[in-house]
Design a protein around this ligand. Sequence first.
Ligand SMILES: C/C1=C2N=C(/C=C3N=C(/C(C)=C4\N[C@@](C)([C@@H]5N=C1[C@](C)(CCC(=O)O)[C@H]5CC(=O)O)[C@@](C)(CC(=O)O)[C@@H]4CCC(=O)O)[C@@](C)(CC(=O)O)[C@@H]\3CCC(=O)O)C(C)(C)[C@@H]/2CCC(=O)O
Length: 206
Amino acid sequence: MYSYEHDGAEIYRQSFATIRAEADLSGLPEDVAQVAVRMIHACGQVDLVADVAFSPDVVLAGRKALESGAPVLCDAQMVASGVTRKRLPAFNEVVCTLNDPRTPDLAREMGTTRTAAAMHLWGDRLDGAVVAIGNAPTALFHLLEMVRDGAPRPAAVIGIPVGFIGAVESKEALAASDLEFLAVRGRRGGSAITAAAVNAIASTAE
Ligand SMILES: C/C1=C2N=C(/C=C3N=C(/C(C)=C4\N[C@@](C)([C@@H]5N=C1[C@](C)(CCC(=O)O)[C@H]5CC(=O)O)[C@@](C)(CC(=O)O)[C@@H]4CCC(=O)O)[C@@](C)(CC(=O)O)[C@@H]\3CCC(=O)O)C(C)(C)[C@@H]/2CCC(=O)O
């Protein structure tokens, strides 16, 4: 026999209370702090808060975009799968074009990864969208290149790729851009944290 909590709501309550007790959220505006709590919840690391980087209006911009029906454009299926549809305020479309049959050929032609190439299949949905990049640094770099070259601007970029090659640099490039953004500086990141951030932004929508 094991003694453990069986009540899902109580697990969540204790979890969020623990995060608020242990994480130093004092340097964050309240709306970003709410999102950071869910990001920490997704990875179990309260020190994540020190690496959270953001533009001041990113939560508001993301929320407004979702309220007005903007799609959530994701680099990987894992990110798309993690977005809780019932939290989205306007039956928003959640898009991941990675597994589109055209993507592998496009990647070969472009000489890049599939995640980066797949963004070209987002089409005009990029305009005013919430972009969620949780896996692929190449996708984040390429998004910045696309916008620099005149592609429509997303309303907010949740750019939290993880890893060792390009992750740090792509997030620094995002932070240096003029886009509304939320990121985690350093190697940490990933699909779960990214989806949690989208879910938090969506949940605060009214
Ligand atoms: C270099 C890549 C990295 N992938 C990482 C971590 C994870 N990736 C998983 C999975 C299942 C997928 N990763 C792909 C996106 C695949 N990963 C890459 C690429 C080779 C290049 C991306 C880049 O460097 O920017 C990328 C393929 C591509 O051509 O774009 C994936 C599509 C590969 C595949 O299975 O076909 C796939 C995504 C599937 C989906 O959700 O749609 C992991 C689960 C690892 C595993 O399977 O063992 C894991 C998930 C991490 C997460 O939280 O998302 C890194 C570490 C991010 C790495 C990039 C950086 C580095 O340092 O290498």
